[in-house]
Design a protein around this ligand. Sequence first.
Ligand SMILES: Cc1cc2nc3c(=O)[nH]c(=O)nc-3n(C[C@H](O)[C@H](O)[C@H](O)COP(=O)(O)O)c2cc1C
Length: 333
Amino acid sequence: MAEDTDKATSMKIGNIEIKNSAALAPMAGVADCAFRELCSFFGASYTVTEMVSSKGIHYSSKRSAELMELSERERPAGIQIFGSEPETMAEAARFALQFEPDFIDINMGCPAPKISGNGAGASLMKNPKLCGEIVKAVTSAVEIPVTVKMRKGWDDNSVNCVEVAKIAEANGASAVVIHGRTRQQYYKPPVDWDIIRDVKCAVSIPVIGNGDVTSGKRAKQLYEHTGCDMIMVGRGALGRPWLFREINEYMRTGTVPREPDQEEKLSIMVRQIERMCSLKGEYLGIRQGRKHIVWYIKGFKGASSLRNQAGHISSFEELIKFKQKILDKSAGC
Ligand SMILES: Cc1cc2nc3c(=O)[nH]c(=O)nc-3n(C[C@H](O)[C@H](O)[C@H](O)COP(=O)(O)O)c2cc1C
């Protein structure tokens, strides 16, 4: 038991010391710098940027450069790149170094047609030889560690993450992240934790298990079920960045810390969106923040009407009024 807990509270990706029990998953359009910083504050063991196109980097897209900006408050942090050409991926990894990531992560899991339809993301898993060439090109291009995030396989007839993980290891990857679903499943149940255990048994590099962790208890179950070295949490942390504190505490002590009350949740939400506004400007910060507001107010009294109101918030001032209105209502004003 003590051994399990130790394993879950420290591991290494290459030479980088990783502390705590759960990493924040890369999530395009959601896990921006403001959210990643907040998750780190609550104890995420590391963070990864939204995926960045290697072609976008090649063509010097401004958007790609913005996505790679890292803050000191979110370290250790990786930059995730996607693409299907070994040389372009290597070039992107080299370019990313100017943002001083702690490691580079290669995306082999994105199911979206605009990515996987172009031979990148999860569709790479249909071509294990190319997977190996990409990992080799990237690990040869940079001196920092390289990780690979993949799915279980393309579909139920081609479950090959064990093979692809071995190929990644043989070509120099420092760790693999396994999301226990096929590309065909997208995000639908069930998630397959057995396959994560199979990968753990097949490679010597650290294995990070991913899929459907939403509580400290589920985190511990994933560790125990798979023997994995770290777990990664995505959707479970949306509107609940304090989930990392819960997981860390549950892994350490077996107890669940008190959930923030409504006022605390709203303050955390405002803090996140204020940071989004300072990083992206108020116009974008508020518009992109709306979906986060909806996640934060989940379960609040009158949530459906609040959701509707959240969709119309168009300034930081209105956000503060929105928060106050909820608090006044719950105080019976
Ligand atoms: C909105 C959204 C965006 C995502 N974007 C990425 C991405 O950019 N790169 C990536 O490797 N995975 C991405 N994923 C997949 C997550 O990293 C993670 O593997 C998946 O959500 C399963 O973990 P969970 O059950 O904890 O959410 C995304 C998932 C969601 C829900």
